[in-house]
Design a protein around this ligand. Sequence first.
Ligand SMILES: C[S@@+](CC[C@H](N)C(=O)[O-])C[C@H]1O[C@@H](n2cnc3c(N)ncnc32)[C@H](O)[C@@H]1O
Length: 327
Amino acid sequence: MEKKSSNKNLRKAGAAKNDEFYTQLPDIEKELGNYKNHLKDKVVFCNCDDPEESNFWNYFALNFEFLELRKLVATHFEKEKPSYKLEIVKDINKDGKINKLDTIKTPLKQNGDFRSPECIEILKEADVVVTNPPFSLFRQYVTQLIEYNKKFIIIGNQNAITYKEIFKLITENKIWLGKSIHSGDREFRVPAHYDVHSASHRIDDDGNQYVRVNGVRWFTNLDYKERHEDLILYRTYSGHENEYPKYDHYDAINVDKTKDIPIDYKGAIGVPITFLDKYSPDQFDILDGLNRYSILSGPTEETRGKFLAQVKGKPCYVRVVIKNKKI
Ligand SMILES: C[S@@+](CC[C@H](N)C(=O)[O-])C[C@H]1O[C@@H](n2cnc3c(N)ncnc32)[C@H](O)[C@@H]1O
């Protein structure tokens, strides 16, 4: 029941292009704590962050010295009027600390849209971009980060994995999932005016409103040690061939649960997208993604009208096609 409501909330976010889901501080702390060495002496840019609301801004302002940042910049977005940017660079008020009290506010000529020329100039100067971008603009957002060759840690939904553009970047090892939130179900604060009717809706003692969203994931291109640890495999294909049928129209065996990947199969293996939570690029190559068609190549003459993620006439959910590179 709760799952259904949470998904509905996400769809609603997409459909209404409301996109006002504010990330909670403990979720930010849990993920960003893993990248201290990547952030040292870096310019961090939060480019979808109303500083009044954003815990990304709060996190970096609070931890500016601990993380040894060089500079923190956040831009605020206005739909139809000029906006502003906030920066923390040094101890302006001479109290011996660098924190929020050292914030400089500067008006922008444009509206703070992450695609605006003014924000792109700030982006060019930044080393690491960290935020929760509007989900409805996720593809464009990531495409821009890649175009400007930026390091990033952003939060989004696992559905984005199945977007052709994002999936391609995953196969090319240019983007991967972050370390935390692998169960994926997270609560976000939403503005008071946001009209939520769901079982997962909560209001706290201060009147703040929250909704739960399923399938939340961090997406990053900053490396961390655990993504190079092999997944322990214990099942075998040999002797259990009938438990690993091939897809009807695609040359790969189907595996419904990541833990059941056979240790001894050399060919292509289709696994659920949650495999990516455990994916080590040292252990597996990602060859393709399947839904109605190949996510990478789309429908071809051969496959047009056929459902690729399908076994014995029965469709499966989206599959990531992998190959064990250690055999
Ligand atoms: C999902 S909210 C997340 C806010 C914040 N990053 C957080 O997690 O607390 C997305 C934010 O992006 C802003 N936004 C929407 N469209 C934008 C755009 N085109 N450029 C920059 N920011 C945008 C919204 O105003 C909102 O503050």
